[in-house]
Design a protein around this ligand. Sequence first.
Ligand code: ATP
Ligand code: MG
Length: 641
Amino acid sequence: MSEFVEPPRTNSATHCTPEQYEALYRRSLEQPDAFWLEQAQRLDWFTPPTLGGEWSYDPVFIEWFGDGTLNLCHNAVDRHLADKGDSTALIFEPDDPSGETRSLTYRELHGEVVRMANALKALGVARGDRVTLYMPMIVEGVTAMLACARIGAVHSVVFGGFSPEALAGRIVDCESRFVITADGGMRGGRPVALKSNVDAALAHEGVAVDGVLVVRHTGAETAMQAPRDRWLHELASDADCLCEEMRAEDPLFILYTSGSTGKPKGVLHTTGGYGVWTAATFHYVFDYQPGEVFWCTADIGWVTGHSYVVYGPLLNGAAQVIFEGVPNYPDHGRFWDVVDKHSVAILYTAPTAIRALMREGDAHVTSRDRSSLRLLGTVGEPINPEAWRWYFEVVGEKRCPVVDTWWQTETGGAMITTLPGAHAMKPGSAGKPFFGIRPQLLDAEGEVLSGAAAGNLAITHSWPGQARTVYGDHDRFVQTYFSTYMGRYFTGDGCRRDEDGYYWITGRVDDVINVSGHRMGTAEIESALVLHDSVAEAAVVGCPHDIKGQGIYCYVTLYADREGSDALAEELRQHVRKEIGPIATPDHIQFTDGLPKTRSGKIMRRILRKIAENEFGALGDTSTLADPSLVERLVEGRRNR
Ligand code: ATP
Ligand code: MG
């Protein structure tokens, strides 16, 4: 289970060696303020901070670099003009592979950001205003975020795949008076009606904004409502637009969590700490080398897109791909076509995409060159060792280290991760804590567990990238994260620490199942199922069981060319029994053509739990589901059992 895979050579001169990691990690714990003030020098400050962290978890109060002032747009763009003005910043790859690629240097990016910022000012946006973005994955999504940061407005990006209702709720929640959108987007060959969704959202009772800025992208016919709606190209200008001097603790953005466990929360991040955290984590985790092309496949609608499409790479002056499309259009080789076309060296994606591509077979991968790849990363869910191996062996040809980065919307950036060069890898383990991070495992009674152990994951000390509050509801922030274990940040995730000090995320704490007194992480059973060569993806939840307390209920999707049967179900039961032990033998196997996922690709286990419990009436908020109709089919499948 916990064998090491030695990291391949990274071909990099700057990666952190094991000794450097140990020394830096120790210093980050012993002298956190000195360490982080040093890291803060990665950024340009109007007034450099002299204060490090000033925080308490009881009562909850968090500040970093409190006396510093800076602007993150200046740091992501203007600062690079002197020595990187002619270097590539963004490479836009459209949904349609025959469409036009668009490449921008840092100088060109600066021009676009200034134009966008001037348009926002002309629309009436002022420092401190919240601005909702509802955008496709295009250059203007990035420039809109940076333009907000430039003028001191607070961006709230809502994923472009969300419904008008979800958009309306998020506009109201953060009292946003402005929206930036596009005439439309394209995903997988299908148009996405962005502007008309905005119109529908704004038609809701009690939703009103002062201005809507519209980017011309697809050229779709677009109804414009005067004086509310304005085209970017009509409002933009090249006039000088200086960067506002922001205090470190001024809000930078609000972002709603993906909602896989409940109603989305408007997580608030501030300027200085978040900037330092994303700059530093990007540097160490991805070990970016000048001239390389980085590609994070996340949408800017998720925190991964904020930290590792917009802020992390640009604060480091990197060149990167932004991709409008999806992994399976026009076919399942699209990722590797993009890698080849733009010579991508570092690829950062999610287990859901890796499993979906693995399911379609190796030929889509091996038919592409991929020799430019040097490093692979994963984020979003625990990655099953089977999928990890496929990523490492087939995609990366054992050449590329894999960094499995555990973090959350609330943490701002990577928290537990292997660092290339510094750590040997263990397939399925996120690895070791990043600098300044002190993980702690606790049991349900609040006892701290030491050594090799499994429990609930908390963090004992604040770090610069930590969220400061839930917008408009500080009590909810305190309740959600700081009340389970007083004086600690509680992550909501279950976790195991092994004898080598590696951390294994076992799934949400709510998903830990208790079979006859044995506590089991769902991730472990899922990984065993995915090892079977018929199984593409699996989600495991508890279900009521008269004798055992809880039984094990498995939802299983098969490889494209396999079919479910009673015989296969029995085979899978025996397979899990053999892999983990008799205690883990599944009670139910339900075959399904898909799993309910959030728009960011995470399995929504709370819905699967309700269905397994036969509670079809209480499925809760399903507004962030990618395919709501799937729920009907799952309920049907459960009823027929
Ligand atoms: P909500 O908080 O509304 O339920 P969410 O937790 O799904 O939504 P995110 O902040 O996007 O929203 O996801 C963070 C969670 O994703 C983590 O708490 C963890 O459960 C999971 N996760 C992220 N990266 C990893 C990883 N590398 N390994 C294991 N789990 C991961
Ligand atoms: Mg969460």
